[in-house]
Design a protein around this ligand. Structure first.
Ligand SMILES: Cc1ncc(COP(=O)(O)O)c(C=O)c1O
Length: 408
Protein backbone atom coordinates (compact mmCIF):
# COMPACT_ATOMS: atom_id res chain seq x y z
CA UNK A 1 0.00 0.00 0.00
CA UNK A 2 1.14 3.51 -0.77
CA UNK A 3 2.54 5.37 2.22
CA UNK A 4 1.97 9.06 2.81
CA UNK A 5 4.20 12.08 2.85
CA UNK A 6 3.75 15.00 5.19
CA UNK A 7 2.05 17.28 2.71
CA UNK A 8 0.09 19.23 5.31
CA UNK A 9 1.78 18.57 8.66
CA UNK A 10 4.03 21.58 8.16
CA UNK A 11 0.98 23.81 8.45
CA UNK A 12 0.54 22.74 12.07
CA UNK A 13 2.89 24.39 14.64
CA UNK A 14 1.69 21.80 17.14
CA UNK A 15 3.83 19.18 15.44
CA UNK A 16 6.88 21.45 15.32
CA UNK A 17 6.44 22.02 19.03
CA UNK A 18 5.88 18.32 19.70
CA UNK A 19 8.20 16.65 17.20
CA UNK A 20 8.17 13.27 18.96
CA UNK A 21 4.44 13.05 19.46
CA UNK A 22 2.19 10.74 17.48
CA UNK A 23 -1.24 12.32 17.79
CA UNK A 24 -4.04 9.83 17.17
CA UNK A 25 -6.93 11.50 18.99
CA UNK A 26 -8.52 13.85 16.46
CA UNK A 27 -11.97 12.44 17.16
CA UNK A 28 -11.62 14.12 20.57
CA UNK A 29 -10.22 17.38 19.21
CA UNK A 30 -8.09 18.41 16.24
CA UNK A 31 -4.90 20.43 15.98
CA UNK A 32 -5.02 23.85 14.29
CA UNK A 33 -3.10 25.03 11.26
CA UNK A 34 -1.21 28.34 11.23
CA UNK A 35 -3.95 29.81 9.04
CA UNK A 36 -6.49 29.32 11.85
CA UNK A 37 -4.13 30.44 14.62
CA UNK A 38 -3.22 33.58 12.68
CA UNK A 39 -6.86 34.45 12.05
CA UNK A 40 -7.60 34.54 15.79
CA UNK A 41 -4.30 36.28 16.57
CA UNK A 42 -5.05 39.02 14.02
CA UNK A 43 -8.55 39.53 15.39
CA UNK A 44 -7.42 39.54 19.04
CA UNK A 45 -4.19 41.44 18.50
CA UNK A 46 -5.25 44.07 15.98
CA UNK A 47 -8.97 44.08 15.31
CA UNK A 48 -10.69 43.18 18.57
CA UNK A 49 -14.08 44.86 19.06
CA UNK A 50 -17.56 43.67 19.93
CA UNK A 51 -20.01 43.02 17.11
CA UNK A 52 -23.51 44.18 16.19
CA UNK A 53 -23.43 47.22 18.47
CA UNK A 54 -20.67 49.68 17.68
CA UNK A 55 -20.97 52.56 15.22
CA UNK A 56 -17.19 52.86 14.92
CA UNK A 57 -15.13 51.30 12.17
CA UNK A 58 -13.43 48.57 14.20
CA UNK A 59 -16.73 47.23 15.45
CA UNK A 60 -18.24 47.34 11.98
CA UNK A 61 -15.25 45.41 10.62
CA UNK A 62 -15.53 42.81 13.39
CA UNK A 63 -19.24 42.49 12.61
CA UNK A 64 -18.49 42.00 8.91
CA UNK A 65 -15.86 39.36 9.67
CA UNK A 66 -18.23 37.52 11.97
CA UNK A 67 -21.16 37.67 9.55
CA UNK A 68 -18.98 36.49 6.65
CA UNK A 69 -18.41 33.21 8.51
CA UNK A 70 -22.14 32.55 8.52
CA UNK A 71 -22.09 32.70 4.76
CA UNK A 72 -19.04 30.35 4.66
CA UNK A 73 -20.77 27.81 6.91
CA UNK A 74 -23.89 28.06 4.78
CA UNK A 75 -21.92 27.18 1.65
CA UNK A 76 -19.87 24.53 3.46
CA UNK A 77 -22.92 22.47 4.42
CA UNK A 78 -25.05 23.39 1.40
CA UNK A 79 -27.73 25.32 3.31
CA UNK A 80 -30.09 27.65 1.47
CA UNK A 81 -30.17 30.60 3.83
CA UNK A 82 -27.72 32.35 6.13
CA UNK A 83 -30.33 32.68 8.87
CA UNK A 84 -30.47 28.89 9.05
CA UNK A 85 -26.97 28.93 10.58
CA UNK A 86 -26.96 29.54 14.33
CA UNK A 87 -23.63 29.85 16.13
CA UNK A 88 -23.43 27.96 19.41
CA UNK A 89 -20.67 26.81 21.74
CA UNK A 90 -20.58 23.35 20.14
CA UNK A 91 -22.50 20.18 19.38
CA UNK A 92 -23.56 19.74 22.99
CA UNK A 93 -25.13 23.18 23.21
CA UNK A 94 -26.74 22.82 19.77
CA UNK A 95 -28.46 19.59 20.84
CA UNK A 96 -29.55 21.05 24.16
CA UNK A 97 -31.05 24.00 22.26
CA UNK A 98 -33.06 21.70 19.99
CA UNK A 99 -34.18 19.59 22.93
CA UNK A 100 -35.37 22.44 25.11
CA UNK A 101 -36.43 25.06 22.54
CA UNK A 102 -37.89 22.84 19.82
CA UNK A 103 -38.79 19.42 21.27
CA UNK A 104 -39.68 20.86 24.66
CA UNK A 105 -42.14 23.18 22.97
CA UNK A 106 -43.70 20.82 20.43
CA UNK A 107 -43.81 17.35 22.00
CA UNK A 108 -46.61 16.16 24.25
CA UNK A 109 -46.96 13.38 26.77
CA UNK A 110 -46.71 9.98 25.05
CA UNK A 111 -44.90 11.27 21.95
CA UNK A 112 -41.99 9.13 20.84
CA UNK A 113 -38.34 10.02 20.23
CA UNK A 114 -35.99 7.50 18.60
CA UNK A 115 -32.21 7.50 19.06
CA UNK A 116 -29.58 4.93 18.15
CA UNK A 117 -27.58 2.98 20.69
CA UNK A 118 -24.45 4.46 19.07
CA UNK A 119 -25.10 7.97 20.41
CA UNK A 120 -22.56 10.06 22.29
CA UNK A 121 -23.96 11.09 25.68
CA UNK A 122 -24.46 14.59 24.22
CA UNK A 123 -27.10 13.21 21.88
CA UNK A 124 -28.65 10.94 24.46
CA UNK A 125 -28.79 12.47 27.94
CA UNK A 126 -30.64 15.68 26.87
CA UNK A 127 -33.35 13.60 25.10
CA UNK A 128 -33.54 11.17 27.99
CA UNK A 129 -33.99 13.96 30.52
CA UNK A 130 -36.68 15.60 28.39
CA UNK A 131 -38.43 12.23 28.07
CA UNK A 132 -38.40 11.77 31.85
CA UNK A 133 -39.63 15.31 32.54
CA UNK A 134 -42.38 15.25 29.91
CA UNK A 135 -43.41 11.59 29.96
CA UNK A 136 -42.27 10.93 26.39
CA UNK A 137 -41.37 7.55 24.99
CA UNK A 138 -37.67 7.07 24.23
CA UNK A 139 -36.67 4.18 21.94
CA UNK A 140 -33.39 3.04 20.45
CA UNK A 141 -32.30 1.57 17.14
CA UNK A 142 -29.83 -1.21 17.91
CA UNK A 143 -26.85 -2.48 15.92
CA UNK A 144 -25.71 -5.84 14.63
CA UNK A 145 -22.43 -7.50 15.66
CA UNK A 146 -20.53 -5.24 13.27
CA UNK A 147 -21.99 -2.07 14.76
CA UNK A 148 -24.33 -1.44 11.83
CA UNK A 149 -27.99 -0.42 12.05
CA UNK A 150 -29.81 -2.80 9.72
CA UNK A 151 -32.67 -1.77 7.38
CA UNK A 152 -35.27 -3.81 9.33
CA UNK A 153 -34.34 -2.00 12.53
CA UNK A 154 -34.96 1.36 10.83
CA UNK A 155 -38.31 0.16 9.44
CA UNK A 156 -39.54 -1.20 12.76
CA UNK A 157 -38.30 1.48 15.16
CA UNK A 158 -39.20 4.50 13.04
CA UNK A 159 -42.91 3.86 12.80
CA UNK A 160 -45.99 6.06 12.40
CA UNK A 161 -46.25 8.55 15.20
CA UNK A 162 -42.50 8.91 15.88
CA UNK A 163 -41.93 12.64 16.23
CA UNK A 164 -38.14 12.99 16.35
CA UNK A 165 -35.21 10.81 15.36
CA UNK A 166 -31.86 12.00 16.70
CA UNK A 167 -28.96 10.18 15.13
CA UNK A 168 -25.22 10.46 14.74
CA UNK A 169 -23.72 10.21 11.24
CA UNK A 170 -20.73 8.36 12.62
CA UNK A 171 -20.11 6.72 15.97
CA UNK A 172 -17.31 8.46 17.84
CA UNK A 173 -16.78 5.29 19.86
CA UNK A 174 -16.41 2.65 17.14
CA UNK A 175 -16.11 4.69 13.92
CA UNK A 176 -19.08 3.08 12.18
CA UNK A 177 -21.23 5.24 9.92
CA UNK A 178 -25.01 5.13 10.20
CA UNK A 179 -27.32 4.73 7.17
CA UNK A 180 -28.27 8.38 7.41
CA UNK A 181 -30.10 8.68 4.06
CA UNK A 182 -32.37 5.71 4.84
CA UNK A 183 -33.05 7.04 8.34
CA UNK A 184 -33.96 10.50 7.06
CA UNK A 185 -36.21 9.06 4.34
CA UNK A 186 -38.03 6.76 6.74
CA UNK A 187 -38.48 9.49 9.37
CA UNK A 188 -40.01 11.82 6.81
CA UNK A 189 -42.30 9.04 5.57
CA UNK A 190 -43.78 8.74 9.07
CA UNK A 191 -44.00 12.52 9.49
CA UNK A 192 -41.13 13.00 11.95
CA UNK A 193 -38.10 15.27 11.89
CA UNK A 194 -34.44 14.26 12.04
CA UNK A 195 -31.72 15.78 14.19
CA UNK A 196 -28.34 14.80 12.76
CA UNK A 197 -25.30 14.79 15.04
CA UNK A 198 -22.54 15.66 12.57
CA UNK A 199 -19.75 16.10 15.15
CA UNK A 200 -17.74 13.21 13.66
CA UNK A 201 -18.88 13.58 10.05
CA UNK A 202 -18.85 17.25 9.07
CA UNK A 203 -15.03 17.52 9.52
CA UNK A 204 -14.42 14.52 7.25
CA UNK A 205 -16.90 14.41 4.38
CA UNK A 206 -18.85 16.74 2.13
CA UNK A 207 -22.32 17.49 3.46
CA UNK A 208 -25.30 18.94 1.64
CA UNK A 209 -28.15 19.53 4.07
CA UNK A 210 -30.60 20.40 1.30
CA UNK A 211 -30.09 17.39 -0.94
CA UNK A 212 -29.87 15.12 2.14
CA UNK A 213 -33.04 16.78 3.46
CA UNK A 214 -31.70 17.19 7.01
CA UNK A 215 -34.02 19.02 9.39
CA UNK A 216 -31.34 19.86 11.93
CA UNK A 217 -27.57 19.32 11.74
CA UNK A 218 -25.19 20.06 14.60
CA UNK A 219 -21.39 20.07 14.80
CA UNK A 220 -18.37 21.45 16.70
CA UNK A 221 -15.59 23.70 15.44
CA UNK A 222 -12.82 22.10 17.51
CA UNK A 223 -13.19 18.78 15.68
CA UNK A 224 -12.47 20.51 12.37
CA UNK A 225 -9.39 22.55 13.27
CA UNK A 226 -11.18 25.61 14.72
CA UNK A 227 -11.11 26.75 18.36
CA UNK A 228 -12.96 25.11 21.20
CA UNK A 229 -16.21 26.75 22.31
CA UNK A 230 -17.72 27.29 18.90
CA UNK A 231 -20.19 25.18 16.99
CA UNK A 232 -23.16 25.27 14.68
CA UNK A 233 -26.83 24.54 14.81
CA UNK A 234 -28.28 24.30 11.32
CA UNK A 235 -32.05 24.07 11.06
CA UNK A 236 -34.57 24.47 8.27
CA UNK A 237 -35.88 28.01 8.60
CA UNK A 238 -39.47 26.86 9.11
CA UNK A 239 -38.34 24.77 12.10
CA UNK A 240 -36.02 27.37 13.61
CA UNK A 241 -38.83 29.89 13.47
CA UNK A 242 -40.93 27.72 15.75
CA UNK A 243 -38.17 27.50 18.38
CA UNK A 244 -38.46 29.49 21.57
CA UNK A 245 -35.43 31.64 22.37
CA UNK A 246 -32.98 29.43 24.25
CA UNK A 247 -31.47 32.30 26.17
CA UNK A 248 -32.68 35.83 26.71
CA UNK A 249 -30.52 38.95 26.72
CA UNK A 250 -28.71 41.35 24.46
CA UNK A 251 -28.62 41.04 20.67
CA UNK A 252 -31.71 38.80 20.43
CA UNK A 253 -34.33 41.51 20.93
CA UNK A 254 -36.23 43.92 18.72
CA UNK A 255 -37.87 46.18 21.35
CA UNK A 256 -37.74 45.93 25.10
CA UNK A 257 -40.26 47.64 27.33
CA UNK A 258 -40.58 47.39 31.09
CA UNK A 259 -43.09 44.56 30.93
CA UNK A 260 -42.78 43.04 27.43
CA UNK A 261 -40.16 42.29 24.77
CA UNK A 262 -40.37 41.53 21.09
CA UNK A 263 -37.63 39.38 19.68
CA UNK A 264 -35.28 39.82 16.75
CA UNK A 265 -35.54 37.72 13.61
CA UNK A 266 -33.34 34.69 12.94
CA UNK A 267 -30.47 34.12 13.49
CA UNK A 268 -30.12 36.76 16.26
CA UNK A 269 -33.21 35.48 18.11
CA UNK A 270 -31.27 32.31 18.95
CA UNK A 271 -27.91 33.98 19.64
CA UNK A 272 -28.28 36.01 22.84
CA UNK A 273 -25.29 37.83 24.29
CA UNK A 274 -21.78 38.46 23.01
CA UNK A 275 -20.89 35.39 21.00
CA UNK A 276 -17.54 33.62 20.78
CA UNK A 277 -16.33 36.05 18.10
CA UNK A 278 -12.80 34.70 17.89
CA UNK A 279 -14.17 31.16 17.81
CA UNK A 280 -16.44 31.99 14.91
CA UNK A 281 -13.54 33.68 13.11
CA UNK A 282 -11.44 30.55 13.67
CA UNK A 283 -14.25 28.44 12.23
CA UNK A 284 -14.26 30.59 9.09
CA UNK A 285 -10.49 30.15 8.76
CA UNK A 286 -10.82 26.38 9.28
CA UNK A 287 -13.44 26.17 6.53
CA UNK A 288 -11.14 28.17 4.22
CA UNK A 289 -8.33 25.76 5.04
CA UNK A 290 -10.49 22.68 4.39
CA UNK A 291 -11.72 24.18 1.12
CA UNK A 292 -8.15 25.01 0.14
CA UNK A 293 -7.09 21.36 0.57
CA UNK A 294 -10.39 20.03 -0.72
CA UNK A 295 -12.74 17.82 1.29
CA UNK A 296 -12.22 14.95 -1.15
CA UNK A 297 -8.47 15.05 -0.58
CA UNK A 298 -9.00 15.04 3.19
CA UNK A 299 -11.49 12.20 2.99
CA UNK A 300 -9.33 10.07 0.69
CA UNK A 301 -6.23 10.62 2.82
CA UNK A 302 -8.03 9.62 6.01
CA UNK A 303 -9.63 6.59 4.42
CA UNK A 304 -6.26 5.46 3.07
CA UNK A 305 -4.80 5.75 6.59
CA UNK A 306 -7.79 3.93 8.10
CA UNK A 307 -7.39 1.09 5.63
CA UNK A 308 -3.64 0.95 6.25
CA UNK A 309 -4.16 0.85 10.03
CA UNK A 310 -6.85 -1.83 9.75
CA UNK A 311 -4.48 -3.95 7.68
CA UNK A 312 -1.58 -3.53 10.12
CA UNK A 313 -3.78 -4.17 13.16
CA UNK A 314 -5.22 -7.29 11.56
CA UNK A 315 -1.70 -8.73 11.44
CA UNK A 316 -1.62 -8.73 15.27
CA UNK A 317 -3.70 -11.70 16.35
CA UNK A 318 -4.11 -10.35 19.89
CA UNK A 319 -5.85 -7.21 18.65
CA UNK A 320 -9.62 -7.32 18.52
CA UNK A 321 -11.18 -4.59 16.36
CA UNK A 322 -14.59 -3.46 17.54
CA UNK A 323 -17.18 -2.98 14.81
CA UNK A 324 -16.90 -3.46 11.08
CA UNK A 325 -13.60 -3.35 9.24
CA UNK A 326 -15.39 -2.72 5.95
CA UNK A 327 -14.11 0.68 4.91
CA UNK A 328 -17.34 1.69 3.16
CA UNK A 329 -19.10 1.77 6.56
CA UNK A 330 -16.30 3.53 8.39
CA UNK A 331 -14.99 6.97 9.19
CA UNK A 332 -11.36 7.62 10.23
CA UNK A 333 -11.80 6.09 13.69
CA UNK A 334 -10.76 2.60 14.82
CA UNK A 335 -11.66 1.10 18.18
CA UNK A 336 -9.89 -1.98 19.43
CA UNK A 337 -8.74 -3.94 22.43
CA UNK A 338 -5.62 -5.93 23.09
CA UNK A 339 -6.54 -9.32 24.44
CA UNK A 340 -6.32 -9.44 28.27
CA UNK A 341 -5.26 -5.76 28.48
CA UNK A 342 -7.45 -2.93 29.73
CA UNK A 343 -7.64 -0.02 27.27
CA UNK A 344 -6.35 2.43 29.91
CA UNK A 345 -3.20 0.31 30.30
CA UNK A 346 -2.77 0.33 26.53
CA UNK A 347 -3.15 4.12 26.47
CA UNK A 348 -0.75 4.68 29.41
CA UNK A 349 1.95 2.51 27.89
CA UNK A 350 1.55 4.18 24.49
CA UNK A 351 1.74 7.55 26.22
CA UNK A 352 5.19 6.59 27.51
CA UNK A 353 6.17 6.22 23.86
CA UNK A 354 4.61 9.66 23.07
CA UNK A 355 1.63 8.18 21.29
CA UNK A 356 -1.66 9.86 22.22
CA UNK A 357 -4.75 7.72 21.86
CA UNK A 358 -8.10 7.70 23.63
CA UNK A 359 -9.26 4.94 25.95
CA UNK A 360 -12.38 4.27 27.98
CA UNK A 361 -16.09 4.41 27.22
CA UNK A 362 -15.89 7.36 24.81
CA UNK A 363 -18.95 9.08 26.33
CA UNK A 364 -21.09 6.24 25.00
CA UNK A 365 -21.83 4.08 28.03
CA UNK A 366 -25.12 2.63 26.74
CA UNK A 367 -23.28 1.48 23.60
CA UNK A 368 -20.50 -0.14 25.63
CA UNK A 369 -23.09 -1.82 27.83
CA UNK A 370 -24.98 -3.08 24.76
CA UNK A 371 -21.81 -4.43 23.14
CA UNK A 372 -20.67 -5.91 26.47
CA UNK A 373 -17.30 -4.21 26.01
CA UNK A 374 -16.46 -2.10 29.09
CA UNK A 375 -13.95 0.07 27.28
CA UNK A 376 -11.87 0.32 24.11
CA UNK A 377 -8.67 1.89 22.85
CA UNK A 378 -9.43 4.32 20.03
CA UNK A 379 -7.28 5.86 17.33
CA UNK A 380 -8.50 8.55 14.97
CA UNK A 381 -6.97 10.43 12.06
CA UNK A 382 -7.01 13.79 10.35
CA UNK A 383 -5.20 15.43 7.46
CA UNK A 384 -1.90 15.78 9.41
CA UNK A 385 -1.47 12.06 10.16
CA UNK A 386 0.62 9.71 8.05
CA UNK A 387 1.45 6.02 7.69
CA UNK A 388 4.51 6.50 9.88
CA UNK A 389 2.16 7.34 12.76
CA UNK A 390 0.44 4.01 12.21
CA UNK A 391 3.77 2.17 12.00
CA UNK A 392 4.86 3.67 15.33
CA UNK A 393 1.56 2.67 16.90
CA UNK A 394 1.97 -0.90 15.70
CA UNK A 395 5.56 -1.12 16.97
CA UNK A 396 4.48 0.06 20.40
CA UNK A 397 1.37 -2.10 20.56
CA UNK A 398 3.77 -5.02 20.40
CA UNK A 399 5.54 -3.39 23.38
CA UNK A 400 2.24 -3.26 25.27
CA UNK A 401 1.99 -7.05 24.97
CA UNK A 402 5.56 -7.49 26.10
CA UNK A 403 5.28 -5.06 29.05
CA UNK A 404 2.28 -6.89 30.34
CA UNK A 405 4.07 -10.21 30.14
CA UNK A 406 2.20 -11.82 27.29
CA UNK A 407 5.05 -12.12 24.80
CA UNK A 408 4.54 -10.81 21.30
C1 LIG B 1 -20.62 12.08 17.93
C2 LIG B 1 -20.41 13.18 18.93
N1 LIG B 1 -21.45 13.93 19.31
C3 LIG B 1 -21.30 14.94 20.18
C4 LIG B 1 -20.10 15.26 20.73
C5 LIG B 1 -19.99 16.41 21.67
O1 LIG B 1 -19.23 17.42 21.10
P1 LIG B 1 -18.77 18.71 21.94
O2 LIG B 1 -18.11 18.16 23.19
O3 LIG B 1 -17.83 19.41 21.04
O4 LIG B 1 -19.99 19.49 22.24
C6 LIG B 1 -18.98 14.50 20.36
C7 LIG B 1 -17.66 14.77 20.96
O5 LIG B 1 -16.80 13.93 21.01
C8 LIG B 1 -19.14 13.45 19.43
O6 LIG B 1 -18.09 12.71 19.06
Amino acid sequence: METTKDTYRGDFPFFTNNPDLVYLDSAATTQKPTQVLEATLTYNGAQHANIHRGAYELSIEATNKFDAVRSKVKAFIGASLEEEIIFTSGTTESINMIVSSYAGLHLEEGDEIVLSILEHHSNLVPWQQLAIARKLKLSYMYINDLGIIEPDEIEVKIHDGVKIVAITMMSNAIGVKTPIEAIIKRTHQVGGIVVVDGAQAVPHQAIDVVSMDMDFLVFSGHKMMASTGVGVLYGKKALLETMAPYRYGGDMIEYVEEQVTTFAKLPSRLEAGTPNIEGVISLGAAIDYINHIGMDTIHNHEMMLTQYALLKLSELDYVNIIGTTDIQFKGPVISFNIRDVHSHDTAFILDNAHIAIRSGHHCAQPLMHYMKVPSTARISFYIYNNTEDVDQLITHLKEVRRWLGYGS
